[in-house]
Design a protein around this ligand. Structure first.
Ligand SMILES: [Fe+2]
Length: 294
């Protein structure tokens, strides 16, 4: 029986780590415990700094503490803060940056989320993402031989639209790093609509965005060296979803008023480029789940 790609995706629903995988895929539990790591990075998201009735200062201090502890412990090369750093007030981006993120002992990069508002006033210190962070909301970071492609899915303040990333920009960036052993993509909003293939809530929703989001996912799933896609935004999600051959990971949340246990995600790459990722429940101080990145 032949089956086209879309049909496969529509019928594939959700796979889990327990799914039978082709033999070439190395499972996390098979990796030697004492393997030498080449690189270790973290993904955390959704601080919602400034949200009313949340202890947002304490939350920011806690996240900085978690990351510095990782750095001092097993080591940490980079941190990606995957959107919704703040809650609906441009000034808070500066306050968070200067009062809290400045205490991080690890280089960090920020994806723009739907609650990270800019100030449209010309010459305002928060008129653009670049003015605040030194790079655009669509931005690629390279470290060692790896590329980290941070894509903007945010709409103008208060428009309440969950946008698809720019497929054209992603395609151009993936082309630049076609020879990298791995590309990781960080995209705040899930690019698949709720319920399609059983996917969770809070993905793209408008008709146009849904179509563009599926096109973005098709690109992610047909670019051979994209090894992992990381989403924030859905505070309830802590684990992995698969579409095509691509693995998509959520990292719960750091702040805000709702969601699963607070925490962050770690990715470890060893000398042979074998990769694992696991979610940390930071409230309990324990690993929550673990998956390989084949
Ligand atoms: Fe969000």
């Amino acid at each position: 029986m032949s089956i086209d790609r879309r049909s496969f995706l529509n019928h594939s629903a959700l796979f889990t780590a327990a799914t039978t995988l082709p033999a070439r895929w190395c499972r996390a539990k098979d990796l030697p415990v004492n393997r030498k790591l080449k690189m270790r990075f973290a993904v955390a998201s959704d601080l919602h700094y400034g949200q009313a009735n949340t202890p947002f200062v304490k939350i920011a201090e806690e996240m900085v503490g978690w990351m510095n502890k990782e750095k001092q412990g097993k080591g940490l090369d980079l941190l990606f803060i995957n959107g919704d750093l703040t809650h609906d007030n441009p000034q808070l981006l500066l306050e968070l940056r200067d009062k809290h993120l400045s205490k991080l002992e690890v280089p960090y990069y920020c994806t723009k989320g739907n609650h990270d508002y800019l100030d449209p006033k010309e010459k305002s210190p928060t008129e653009s993402w670049k003015k605040i962070w030194g790079y655009d909301a669509n931005h690629t970071v390279t470290h060692k031989e790896f590329a980290f492609v941070l894509a903007d899915t945010s709409a103008p303040a208060k428009s309440n639209v969950y946008r698809a990333a720019s497929r054209e920009w992603l395609k151009a960036e993936f082309g630049k790093y076609a020879k990298a052993p791995a590309i990781f993509s960080l995209i705040h909003i899930q690019q698949r609509k709720h319920k399609v293939c059983g996917w969770p809530q809070h993905g793209v929703n408008d008709v146009n965005q849904v179509e563009e989001g599926e096109a973005v996912m098709s690109l992610l799933e047909t670019t051979p060296n994209v090894r992992g896609v990381f989403h924030g935004h859905n505070h309830d999600q802590t684990s992995m979803w698969i579409s095509g051959d691509r693995r998509y990971f959520f990292d719960s949340h750091v702040g805000g008023s709702w969601g699963a246990a607070k925490g962050y995600r770690i990715v470890e790459i060893d000398e042979l480029n074998r990769m694992v990722t696991y979610q940390v429940n930071a409230e309990a101080g324990e690993e929550l789940n673990r998956n390989d990145l084949p």
